[in-house]
Design a protein around this ligand. Structure first.
Ligand code: HEC
Length: 512
């Protein structure tokens, strides 16, 4: 700039140059200003995070459309909107009239027809209720000029008060896949003749494709509990993320007429009982499993060199562990070779993820749902955040999360890993869903307390005059020492003041 002054005596010219420089500076500054955070991926790659939308109510699915340069978004109470990714302008295009929303039920998965410009169809899966009966419906909506002009029900199956799936995805041959939950049933997932606990395969009009693996059946694969994410890799491999019970959340590589094990087998085939079951009739293991559980949700294959480190990865968002995970795949896209964890506990629960044609990544928070964690929702929740590569090195940034495996976990850490997602960090639970663990009869009684934690519980109980009837998972897999630490922690916190429980008591109970 100084040099400019010096060599050009033409002040008019200098003024023009100066204002151009100032303009560029302000412009870049403005671009930088709209980033709310930065993430370091490597020394060569940094991302800027910007807010595309806020004040949403549990955005469940987000899907990118190239032609409209927009994201389509479903919100759990029934709204479908289009958000222009350049301007951020959001237009609500439709509300599904008969959505039944409660807890995890409502308007869930969505996918756009792969040829949207000529086949402007939006496919959605949602919950409905007729009398006492709950259903999951799959519908095909016709989009025209920012509204829905026609709605056609393609398939209606059994639903329940939880475990209703329901991600949707198209393959390269324009065949539609619908991941359904087991609807809290003990038999559906292993019964290949019913439509729950399955991945179903349909034509774009909702018919059974002629080449389905079971003649005249929608069923493509089974043995699933509650799939919450689904995506294809470019090789045509179908990948799903799934909630385990108290243990073993999973990523599965879904292939035709494979049985993924639920309800007999959880996660890897690693207990004597599981090995025996799998030896009698073939079951397919997940390609990855997590214990303690992380509550995996949205899953999207990242096929772009914009963020080179993420190319050929599955992007996975999680609810309980509140993170974005990058699961690097092998060349054949059949296994996971590395896991990096970003944004841990930073934006709260993250439910949905997608990408655009430039390699930007979009994530949607879920802090207004039925189970927010301590300190959430944040101002502006729920939000859709855009992660894009930047060409400068920011002063402050977030880095990948590092596990600390060096110390053995304390009672508090164990409680927070295994119990707090339901009973909450303060032990207060959620009225009507998860009972409190504060000064209750069960917390005081050694045997009853140990029994509940080791065996789980599945009956209607009343605590402080409130009824509870959701299942409590079994924690049989924890060691005696771990159970003792957790119970001692509960008994000496949350204003409880009861004697410690030592590990011999747990061992004695198990040997009874
Ligand atoms: C997935 C949610 C979930 C998790 C995780 C969970 N619980 Fe529970 N818990 C429940 C539900 C639901 C009930 C009520 C069960 C029923 O009504 O049958 C319950 C009941 C209980 C009870 C009995 C309450 C009473 O007053 O009788 C105790 C004790 C308990 N849980 C302890 C724990 C401990 C300790 C952990 C961690 C090791 C844990 N829970 C993890 C959901 C959960």
């Amino acid at each position: 700039m100084i040099k400019l002054f010096y060599i050009t005596r033409d002040y008019k010219y200098t003024a023009v140059c100066l204002s151009a420089i100032v303009f560029l500076f302000v412009c870049c500054q403005k671009q930088k200003d709209h980033f709310i955070d930065y993430i370091k991926i490597s020394d060569a790659t940094y991302l800027g995070v910007s807010e595309l939308a806020n004040a949403l109510d549990v955005p469940w699915d987000i899907q990118f459309n190239d032609e409209l340069n927009s994201l389509f978004v479903t919100e759990i109470k029934g709204a479908i909107s289009r958000i222009d990714i350049e301007t951020g302008i959001k237009k609500q295009i439709f509300t599904i009239p008969n959505v039944f929303h409660k807890r995890t039920l409502g308007l869930l998965g969505m996918v756009l027809h792969p040829d949207f410009s000529t086949n402007p169809f939006i496919y959605v899966a949602y919950t409905t209720k007729e009398g006492d009966a709950i259903y999951s419906e799959l519908a095909k909506l016709t989009y025209e000029n920012d509204t829905v002009v026609n709605s056609q029900l393609l398939l209606k199956i059994e639903g329940a008060s939880g475990h209703n799936g329901s991600r949707l995805v198209f393959d390269n041959n324009k065949i539609l896949y619908w991941a359904t939950g087991d609807a809290h049933s003990k038999t559906h997932a292993q019964d290949s003749t019913t439509l729950n606990g399955k991945v179903l395969r349909l034509t774009a009009d909702g018919a059974i494709p002629k080449d389905n693996p079971i003649h005249n059946s929608y069923v493509y694969a089974w043995g699933f509990r509650n799939i919450q994410g689904m995506t294809f890799t470019p090789n045509g491999n179908l990948m799903t993320s799934e909630h385990g019970d108290a243990i073993e959340d999973e990523i599965n590589w879904v292939r035709p007429i494979h049985n993924y094990g639920w309800i007999d087998i959880e996660g890897y085939h690693d207990t004597p009982k599981e090995i025996e079951i799998a030896s009698k009739s073939p079951r397919t293991e997940p390609i990855k499993a997590w214990t303690p559980v992380i509550a995996p949700a949205g899953l999207k294959y990242y096929a772009n060199t914009t963020i080179p480190e993420w190319n050929n990865s599955l992007l996975l968002t999680t609810l309980k562990s509140q993170s974005l995970r990058v699961l690097k795949m092998n060349v054949g896209q059949t296994s996971i070779v590395k896991e990096d964890i970003y944004l841990k506990d930073y934006y709260g629960r993250i439910r949905a993820v997608t990408t655009d044609n430039k390699g930007n990544v979009y994530i949607a928070t879920s802090n207004r749902d039925w189970n927010p964690q301590k300190g959430f929702p944040l101002k502006g929740d729920d939000r859709i955040l855009k992660l894009s590569k930047i060409d400068f090195v920011p002063d402050h940034y977030l880095s990948a999360y590092k596990y600390d495996n060096t110390q053995s976990l304390t009672g508090k850490q164990l409680y927070e890993s295994y119990c707090a997602s339901c009973h909450k960090t303060d032990g207060k639970g959620i009225e009507g869903n998860f009972p409190p663990l504060i000064n209750t009869a069960t917390v005081q009684q050694d045997d009853k307390l140990i029994k509940t934690v080791l065996n789980g519980l599945n009956e209607e109980i009343t605590v402080n005059n409130v009824n509870y009837n959701q299942p409590m998972p079994s924690f049989q897999f924890l060691s005696d020492g771990q159970v003792a630490k957790i119970l001692t922690y509960i008994r000496s916190n949350f204003t409880n003041n009861y004697p410690a429980i030592d590990s011999t008591k747990i061992a004695n109970y198990r040997n009874k």
